[in-house]
Design a protein around this ligand. Structure first.
Ligand code: NAD
Length: 276
């Protein structure tokens, strides 16, 4: 999708952080943007910022964990500004906890937003894109899904993001014949309020553990700088979107660990074959 002028975009979790940056960048590229967020006031603020800059925007309340909420969002956006060309499934939450001892409610919350939020977005919007034979989907994964920091306590989060990466790779293959592009955004650390994601945890799931904010966040990328990278990737139909220079060493280290055991397997197989 080379020209974004007049295209209609939806950004979930668009009320702040990376989603806000993406919404602004899409508007600057000429798209009309629906800013969707569980935090209505945040969505309204971002839509007002975009309109103040002279572009058209719509604010909408939506909880990505709820399939019906995204179906309603799809109807509302289409009625208000037209059929959606660009879907950005960006809303996400993070928590601290052990994979062994973490509460099941922690798993429910993180998977319902980070993974099922993407599933719900695709189910609500993509059939309409497919009927028109064009469109682009961006799912926000994470470097934590490709090459996690193993010393962290972000195992539940990393598992959810690994699922988003895999889902996006498969979705790209599934939708290519329909003329729809798919990209997975894999940010390294970005300076946002995700370390305070608890603010959006449903009360029904009880309180979770606050995530200690690592010192690197203070020096990390500004979320507004992520938006233009996403716009460029939509234009070029890139499968993966990276934000920082640490992507290569982290992915190479992860692949080296995997390939070391592939080599071990090959040696053992050769030895077994040789002895037979
Ligand atoms: N900040 C980072 O370092 C980093 C790194 C990699 C990936 N990410 C991912 O980027 C995405 C955006 O996170 P961020 O860092 O901008 O965090 P953020 O907390 O600043 O923004 C997240 C937004 O999502 C909204 N949200 C939360 N739950 C929601 C729900 N159920 N339905 C709809 N909206 C909901 C919040 O209200 C907020 O506006 C997430 O998917 C996150 O996992 C962030």
């Amino acid at each position: 999708m080379h020209n974004l002028t007049g295209k209609i975009a939806v950004v979930t979790g668009g009320g702040e952080g990376i989603g806000r940056g993406i919404a602004h960048a899409l508007a600057a590229a000429g798209a009309r943007v629906a800013v969707a967020d569980i935090d209505t006031a945040a969505a309204e603020r971002v839509a007002a910022e975009i309109e103040a800059g002279g572009a058209r925007a719509l604010a909408a309340q939506a909880d990505v964990a709820d399939a019906a909420s995204l179906e309603a969002l799809a109807e509302r956006v289409e009625r208000a500004i037209g059929p959606v060309d660009i879907l950005v499934n960006n809303a996400g939450v993070m928590l601290d906890g052990s994979l062994v001892d973490g509460a099941l409610a922690d798993w429910q919350w993180v998977l319902s937003v980070n993974l099922m939020g993407v599933v719900h977005g695709v189910r609500a919007f993509v059939p309409h894109m497919r009927a028109r034979g064009s469109g682009h989907v961006v799912n926000t994964g994470s470097m934590a899904g490709l090459a996690p920091r193993l010393a962290s306590r972000l195992g539940i989060y990393s598992a959810s993001k690994a699922a988003v990466v895999s889902y996006s790779e498969m979705l790209r293959a599934e939708l290519a014949p329909a003329g729809i592009g798919v990209s997975v955004l894999c940010p390294s650390t970005v300076r946002t309020r995700i370390w305070d994601a608890e603010r959006n945890r449903p009360a029904t799931l009880g309180a979770g553990q606050p995530v200690p904010m690592p010192a690197r966040v203070a020096e990390a990328l500004d979320p507004m700088d992520v938006g233009p990278l996403v716009v460029r990737a939509i234009r070029e139909d890139r499968a993966y979107i990276f934000t920082s220079e640490d992507a290569r060493p982290r992915i190479e280290a992860r692949n080296a660990a995997v390939l070391a055991d592939v080599a071990h397997h090959e040696e053992e197989s050769a030895a077994a074959g040789g002895g037979a």
